[in-house]
Design a protein around this ligand. Structure first.
Ligand SMILES: Cc1cc2nc3c(=O)[nH]c(=O)nc-3n(C[C@H](O)[C@H](O)[C@H](O)COP(=O)(O)OP(=O)(O)OC[C@H]3O[C@@H](n4cnc5c(N)ncnc54)[C@H](O)[C@@H]3O)c2cc1C
Length: 397
């Protein structure tokens, strides 16, 4: 499309997992709807959805995040049926050995309090004392630990890029149109309560006129929102994932979150892991920072798993977290003051697992003007203006 005009009911900016999920749910819930997803790079070279660690947990401290991941897990289990196209059923390789959050004595009460919230919301997370941890995971050093929390059967990992590809393909099979182009502006009209988006302007001069617009541009959501005069606190923060090999197997290894903050999990016969960089700066180039795996991190890995003394770094990759600096949680739903603009962004490191729920919630807001199947109001964009923060204790890096 170049220099032409398209008119649709809903135009979505960005065809990563967030945009694809909104398009999937819109076209599934109302097959008569016309939906365009505008994407500047249909090879998704930098998209977070193709660079994710793609893990899913229920060990959050806020009920809305627990509910979203429970919805995500159910969706992943049903995905081969839900996302089948022409007899081709996506293979997402879901495995559920759990997340294992580890706590030192001063951290144990907080882990117990979170566990109570999780269990109250139906998350089957088991608490293990050091003896229980050693019995279950003999390769783990437990000397400095007081407690572990394990969600075996309910948490784990999957092939995130395959989910992204399958979600987009199914949305297109249901009628969503993928438009290649870069959104370079918004046409706004009206004033006060009636202020709205009339069209997206693309860099090649095309326009996509729309009844509703959805901002799902991942780590680039802040510059895109600025085109509509909106200040969005979503920042592109680079994360490096290291692929390491270990001569000894670690039977039944879950995704381990160390009390010092680093994480690792199996990936095939190797392991992947990472940590939060310090300092954590905006917009760094998307190249892995090998220096992050320094002596201190190596020592920390080997301290927790003595077999990692002999680990070898095989390779590394980097991707952006679309970090919402307001409170490190997703920003969803209608934009106050721009009635027909909706957000699905700011997932801050948990967007792969939350995309199925976020897509459904935002699609229902577009279709019905409010939350329906899932009440995601805690994560509504309105909280920025209200000064309300979602206090999620378990943010990973
Ligand atoms: C290293 C790493 C590990 C992660 N681990 C996990 C995990 O274990 N579990 C989990 O749930 N999540 C994880 N995440 C987070 C998850 O991957 C992201 O939250 C999710 O992929 C975000 O999806 P998105 O669609 O919002 O963004 P993206 O996938 O980045 O898609 C945004 C799209 O918008 C397009 N775009 C941007 N600007 C424009 C424009 N102006 N015009 C047109 N198109 C535009 C981009 O080209 C891009 O394709 C991880 C992320 C990283 C980087």
């Amino acid at each position: 499309m170049s220099g032409t005009d398209l008119a649709v009911d809903v135009a979505i900016v960005g065809a990563g997992i967030a945009g694809a999920s909104v398009a999937y749910w819109l076209t599934r819930l109302d097959p008569t709807l016309s939906v365009a997803i505008v994407e500047r790079d249909t090879g998704f070279a930098q998209a977070s959805s193709q660079r994710s660690a793609s893990s899913i947990r229920q060990q959050f401290s806020s009920p809305v995040n627990i509910r979203m991941s429970q919805f995500g897990l159910a969706f992943l289990r049903e995905a081969p049926d839900r996302l089948e196209v022409d007899g081709d059923r996506p293979e997402l390789g879901l495995q559920t050995p759990g997340y294992l959050y580890l706590a030192t004595p001063p951290q144990a009460d907080a882990l117990r309090a979170q566990n109570a919230v999780q269990r109250a919301h139906g998350a089957p997370i088991e608490l293990l004392d050091p003896a229980g941890l050693s019995a279950r995971f003999p390769w783990l050093a437990t000397g400095d630990l007081a407690l572990g929390a394990l969600g075996a059967g309910a948490e784990g990992w999957f092939d995130g890029p395959a989910l992204h590809t399958a979600m987009l393909r199914r949305a297109r099979a249901q009628g969503a149109r993928l438009v290649r182009g870069e959104v370079a502006g918004f046409e706004l009209s009206g004033a006060g309560e009636a202020r709205r988006v009339g069209a997206l302007r693309l860099a090649d001069g095309s326009r996509v006129r729309c009844g509703h617009a959805v901002l799902a541009a991942g780590a680039w959501s802040r510059p895109v929102a600025a085109l509509a005069g909106i200040a969005l606190p979503v920042h592109a923060r680079r994360r490096t994932v290291f692929v390491v090999s270990c001569p000894e197997p670690l039977p039944d290894c879950p995704l381990v979150i160390d009390p010092t903050g680093f994480w690792f999990r199996p990936e095939g016969r190797a392991f992947i892991g990472g940590t939060t960089p310090d300092p954590d700066e905006d917009d760094l180039p998307l190249e892995p920072n090998l220096g992050e795996f320094d002596e201190a991190l190596w020592t920390a890995f080997a301290h927790r798993v003595p077999a990692f003394e002999a680990l070898r770094i095989e390779r590394a990759w980097a991707g952006y977290y679309e970090m919402n600096l307001w409170d490190h949680n997703a920003l969803l739903g209608p934009w106050p003051g721009l009635a027909n603009l909706h957000a699905a962004t700011g997932f801050s490191g948990h967007g792969m697992q939350q995309a199925p729920a976020a897509g459904r919630g935002v699609a229902e807001c577009v279709l019905h003007g409010g939350w329906r199947t899932l009440d995601l109001s805690d994560l509504s964009v309105a909280r920025l203006a209200e000064g309300r923060r979602v206090m999620e204790a378990n943010v990973i890096g």
